[in-house]
Write a protein that binds this ligand. Structure first.
Ligand SMILES: [Ca+2]
Ligand SMILES: [Ca+2]
Ligand SMILES: [Ca+2]
Length: 178
């Protein structure tokens, strides 16, 4: 699990998605995220929010896998990731996982739902509670869907976000120092 640029957000996210560490995100590895989140949040595998999440993840995988060989290499991931890819396919997929966790469908997660979602999605780490506090800016104990997605987007695209801690970074990202 050590490569030269392992501190970059892109490498950390890729390493999280490449569950078996063989250097490629397979279709099965990527789709298994949906099943892990559904299971952790006690959703039936055939619930509409789970079906929608599976479709959204199929779309992301097809978008990432430029040569369509069923494996996304780091080069493919690095070439693909960014603002446009996030808006085109990541936002619906991440939103679909949020919806699985949002048991009362009010567009907000409580602390327990957030932690179960982040843990099942592979982003546990010691920073998950701090990430909740950072995203719950009004301190009402709930995180809005938009704030959640904005937090992930900022981290995925430039590495500076309250979510950074949940991806295993103990240090402030450069973007937060300016
Ligand atoms: Ca793999
Ligand atoms: Ca490929
Ligand atoms: Ca809710």
């Amino acid at each position: 699990m050590s490569h030269p640029l392992s501190d970059s957000p892109q490498h950390r996210i890729f390493a999280m998605l490449d569950v078996d560490g063989d250097g490629a995100i397979t279709h099965a590895e990527y789709l298994a995220r949906v099943d892990r989140v559904a299971s952790a949040l006690e959703r039936d595998a055939h619930h509409p929010v789970v079906t929608a999440a599976r479709a959204a993840h199929e779309a992301v995988f097809a978008d990432m896998d430029a040569d369509q060989d069923g494996r996304v290499t780091f080069e493919e991931y690095r070439t693909w990731v960014g603002h446009e890819a996030f808006e085109r396919s990541c936002r619906p997929a991440l939103g679909s996982l949020f919806d699985i966790a949002d048991s009362d469908a009010d567009g907000r997660l409580d602390r327990g739902e957030f932690i179960r979602l982040r843990t099942a999605a592979g982003n546990a780490g010691t920073g998950v509670a701090a990430a909740f506090d950072a995203l719950d800016s009004d301190g009402d104990g709930l995180i809005d869907r938009d704030a959640y997605l904005a937090g992930i987007k900022t981290f995925v695209t430039d590495g500076s976000s309250p979510m950074a801690a949940a991806y295993g970074s103990e240090r402030p990202a450069l973007g937060t120092l300016s």
